[in-house]
Write a protein that binds this ligand. Structure first.
Ligand code: F6R
Length: 501
């Protein structure tokens, strides 16, 4: 997936270009090139008077002796040139303000300024925004890989996501959300990969908390099939990058079919999917560089839970007492996540065994079935172990035939209403000699035994339990991949932003 970085400035831009390319590497390239133009010799166009934007002319006589301090001051203001990139991350630390171009825009850069024309050639002004990504956000800090860093950032990005949340209100989704939410009678979720799994999880919340019929579709399937549009459906596109070609095309397809009520949940400000939808929710995961999505997934889940609660409240299905309890749970989530991250040493021990296998099954039930799917996706994409996830009740309908002593079976086993059913499914695995790796809640009463390994999560987290239960699966995939020596942050043949079909 291509990435571009360019600069025009008075300083040497080569290091900026090389660093920018290095930062874009995460998007999945196999080749790159750099071209630099330099004109150092004294020429009329370099001589004074020096013009800026045609409005200011500077004439000076002789040598500017304080040129170093002047240069330092001007560089610290950062207005030493203009840059372009296909991803703001490439320029973090070099540029402070940025402008997102619209489809078809043509931009011309000089050292002094920029001009933009729209697809018809008319000059246009586009909004100038503050660059949020900092150098720190793209640095590794004490971590070995970005994926590890991003897993451990989850308590802080979730705290950041919920910091300002004092009540569930349509305004959180944009100025017109109240009017849209008043009209809708169902939800259609469109997404790919990990974002699709967050959509599958959200379906449980939207149907149980807000009582809104919800369907979830893989974007690349929806865009090519005949569907029956309901104008009262809220079409919800979920995407970390906001640039995934299939999700964007599916959203546009829904609009062509007559869907007016659209909402995008994305992690990148100004991204194409955000711009395409009528309503927006910007998740606050910060820059996610590891190709395997982790903190973007859990911040999506927070956003989707907030959406379900907001819709429930709007529909008179959430009383003040329950709203306060839900808000309290959201605010306590970072502490609960820290408790889960502290399980890393036990998970590393499991990863050592899993790393020697070539296949794995993942099981979950109810709202934790999408979490099992996400665990299997994480494992396969970074460790290259073949992993499949099933709703545990499906075992006996086929996959049980695969269970032998050679088959590790990773199970998400929270203490919810389906626990007893799940325990019966685990017996089916044990009876065939399958090796069980179970993430249970503290009070699940599943005890370790030969062939049955148990890690206890610190607490059962009710409706928000999926957000806690996915974290040990991320850690398991991460440490298994490390044990196998794969390129964790840049798995083979995968790209961070899939901007082509
Ligand atoms: C897996 C992963 C991918 C993305 C998918 C959609 O770890 O990251 O499956 O979730 O390519 O990308 P976004 O969310 O950017 O639309």
């Amino acid at each position: 997936m291509c990435g571009i970085v360019g600069a025009i400035a008075q300083r040497n831009v080569t290091p900026v270009l090389l660093e920018g390319l290095r930062r874009l590497e995460y998007r999945g390239y196999d080749s790159c090139g750099v071209a630099v133009l330099q004109d150092g010799e004294p020429l009329t166009r370099n001589a004074h008077p020096i013009f800026s934007s045609g409005e200011i002319a500077l004439v000076h006589n002789g040598i500017i002796e304080n040129h170093e301090s002047l240069r330092e001051t001007l560089s610290a203001l950062g207005r030493d040139g203009n840059y372009l990139a296909s991803d703001t991350m490439a320029l973090a630390g070099n540029a402070e303000h940025f402008i997102y171009l619209e489809e078809g825009d043509l931009v011309s850069l000089s050292r002094e300024g920029i001009s933009i024309a729209d697809r018809d050639g008319n000059p246009v002004a586009r909004e100038i925004r503050e660059l949020e990504a900092t150098k720190a956000a793209v640095g590794l800090g004490p971590y070995r890989h970005y994926m590890q860093k991003e897993i451990f950032e989850q308590p802080s990005v979730i705290a950041d996501s919920t910091e300002h949340l004092v009540r569930f209100a349509p305004a959180l989704f944009g100025a017109h959300a109240n009017a849209v939410f008043a009209e809708i009678d169902s939800v259609l979720i469109l997404a790919c990969g990990t974002s699709y799994h967050s959509g599958m999880t959200a379906k449980y919340w939207l149907e149980s908390i807000s009582r809104l019929p919800t369907s979830v579709e893989i974007a690349s399937e929806y865009r090519y099939r005949d569907s029956v549009p309901n104008p009262r459906t809220l079409v919800l596109a979920i995407s970390q990058s906001g640039e995934t070609a299939d999700t964007l095309a599916a959203l546009k397809h829904a609009q062509v079919l007559g869907h007016r009520h659209t909402l995008a949940v994305c992690n990148v400000a100004g991204s194409a999917i955000l711009r395409q939808a009528a309503l927006h929710f910007l998740t606050r995961a910060g820059a996610e560089i590891g190709v395997a999505s982790t903190k973007a997934f859990t911040t999506q889940l927070v956003a989707l839970f907030v959406l379900a609660a907001t819709l429930a409240k709007r529909r008179g299905m959430l009383d003040a007492h329950r709203e306060a309890a839900m808000l309290g749970q959201l605010h306590h989530l970072p502490a609960a996540l820290n408790g889960v991250l502290a399980l890393a040493p036990q998970i590393i021990a499991w990863a050592g065994s899993l790393a020697r296998k070539e296949n794995a099954l993942f099981l979950g039930r109810g709202i934790h079935y999408p979490i099992a799917l996400e665990g299997a996706l994480k494992l396969k994409e970074i460790s290259y172990i073949h992993a499949e996830a099933y709703a545990a009740g499906e075992l006996k309908h086929g996959p049980l035939a695969l269970v032998t002593e050679q088959m590790p079976v990773v199970t998400v086993a929270p203490n919810d209403a389906l626990l007893e059913k799940l325990k019966s499914n685990l017996q089916e695995v044990r009876a065939r000699g399958g090796e069980l790796y179970v993430f249970s809640d503290a009070d699940s009463k599943i005890r370790s035994a030969p062939g049955l390994h148990v890690i206890r999560m610190p607490e059962h987290y009710g409706l928000l339990s999926p957000i806690l239960h996915v974290v040990p699966l991320q850690l398991l995939a991460y440490h298994t991949a490390c044990a196998r020596g794969t390129d964790v942050d840049k798995p083979r043949d995968l790209a961070k932003s899939v901007t082509v079909e």
